[in-house]
Write a protein that binds this ligand. Structure first.
Ligand SMILES: Cc1cc2nc3c(=O)[nH]c(=O)nc-3n(C[C@H](O)[C@H](O)[C@H](O)COP(=O)(O)O)c2cc1C
Length: 396
């Protein structure tokens, strides 16, 4: 293994690498956190610690088409908050990873009370989510008397009051985790998080509400009144990546990017968009903790292959590239570049032939060819080539 140092500073903490596990099943108890910490991740979040635990409506997991993600309808931690403060966080801290307490109250003072207890129990950082796409509907179905009211998606007042209350109660860093539901108003939320006084920002939680249907029965595949849940995994990554970029371009808080990461290449994309830490949840649920270890190991290999000696050299690189597009008059390139075929790599699989809607591709001697008169330089052939045999570069 090479010597690339992945040590990362985030909100005043020093982490051994940028890969962490945000809230999910691997944060369900102190024992699990302690065990999973041997995967090499630098921090693990608890499942959201809430004032009152509730059982999940079942089934609470389903895979989405082509295994591009997962829907879940889970709530916060199914353990009492007192468990976390008396045993859970203490046991989690016996592992090799920092422990981030993910928590939420129904009102700011309640969140502050939980945060204070989490800090006293040894948590290294507080992270608080802003909105859960499925929670309100399911809570109201389970507890009709509760009449739980969701804040409007553009309403940042609750988050601001919560951050201020938590900041007044604890000394450890406080991070706000945006919801995928804020994806159209990310800069507005990012600025509000900064103004509220948070030390960092997480982007993002699940997207939704989302639905999957069993076509044998017509039933929604998840439990609950309408069977809705939050979408996570690779399907959301391009959206979250753009949210991270917008956040990095709007505010100067350190960013935890989380959404759909399955590989070191995914993690590096988040870092290039401006993230300091990268979270992995669904991939670890689907493949097991070995996925976390692989991403960390592969990240070192990938950086070495790209001649990058420090993460600092590539953090936010995409923001710089976007600036260069402006400076180089490349914000709306319309002049086509015709791709080149690397005939040493082309296997003659012919996958690129039928996708070309401009009849620009043909096979000769079992290799793909491009007619430069017909090619409009769209990039679709390159996108479908399974062997990366098509070279097509508009920007260096
Ligand atoms: C089963 C499951 C449970 C989750 N529970 C929580 C939670 O309690 N609190 C929270 O803030 N986010 C929770 N999340 C959201 C994740 O922390 C993460 O933001 C989201 O899954 C996107 O990352 P991914 O695509 O790598 O899974 C959960 C996600 C999953 C899949």
């Amino acid at each position: 293994m090479n010597n690339i140092d992945l040590t990362t500073k985030f909100c005043g903490l020093t982490l051994k690498n940028p890969i962490i596990i945000p809230a999910g099943i691997h944060g369900r108890s102190g024992k699990v956190i302690k065990e999973i910490s041997s995967s090499g991740v630098s921090a693990i979040c608890t499942k959201t610690i809430v004032p009152q635990s509730a059982p999940d409506v079942l089934p609470c997991f389903v895979e989405v088409p082509n295994k591009t993600g997962m829907l879940n309808s889970v709530f916060g931690s199914d353990k009492f908050s007192e468990y976390w403060f008396t045993e859970g966080i203490k046991e989690a801290k016996e592992g090799d990873a920092l422990v981030f307490a993910n928590l939420a109250g129904y009102y700011p003072e309640q969140a502050a009370d939980l945060a204070q207890k989490a800090e006293a129990a040894g948590a290294d950082l507080i992270i608080t989510p802003t909105h859960c796409p499925h929670m309100g509907e399911i809570l109201n179905a389970m507890f009709p008397d509760m009449n739980f009211q969701e804040a409007g998606l553009a309403d940042t007042a609750g988050m601001t009051a919560t951050v201020k209350a938590i900041k007044a109660a604890v000394k450890i860093p406080v991070v706000v985790k945006l919801s995928g539901s804020h994806n159209h108003i990310t800069p507005e939320w990012a600025k509000a998080v900064k103004e509220a006084g948070a030390d960092g920002i997480g982007v993002s939680d699940a997207f939704g509400p989302a639905l999957a249907i069993d076509t044998k029965t017509g039933q929604p595949m998840l439990g609950g009144p309408r069977g809705i849940g939050g979408l996570t995994g690779p399907a959301i990554m391009p959206l979250v990546l753009r949210m991270v970029l917008e956040t990095a371009m709007s505010i100067d808080l350190p960013i935890l990017g989380v959404g759909g990461v399955t590989s070191a290449n995914d993690a590096l994309q988040y870092i290039m968009a401006g993230a300091t830490l990268v979270g992995v949840v669904t991939a670890g649920h689907v493949d097991g903790p070995v996925r976390y270890t692989k991403i960390i190991d592969d990240l070192k290999i990938l950086l070495e292959r790209n001649n990058v000696s420090s993460l600092e050299d590539v953090r936010g690189l995409t923001i710089k590239r976007i600036q260069e597009r402006k400076e180089n008059d490349q914000v709306a390139v319309t002049q086509p570049i015709v791709p080149l075929i690397d005939i040493d790599i082309c296997t003659g699989c012919a996958k690129c032939i039928p996708v070309c809607a401009f009849d620009a591709m043909w096979m000769e001697n079992e290799k793909a060819n491009i007619n430069s008169e017909l090619c409009i330089g769209c990039g679709l052939c390159k996108s479908v080539c399974p062997f990366n045999a098509i070279i097509h570069e508009y920007y260096k």
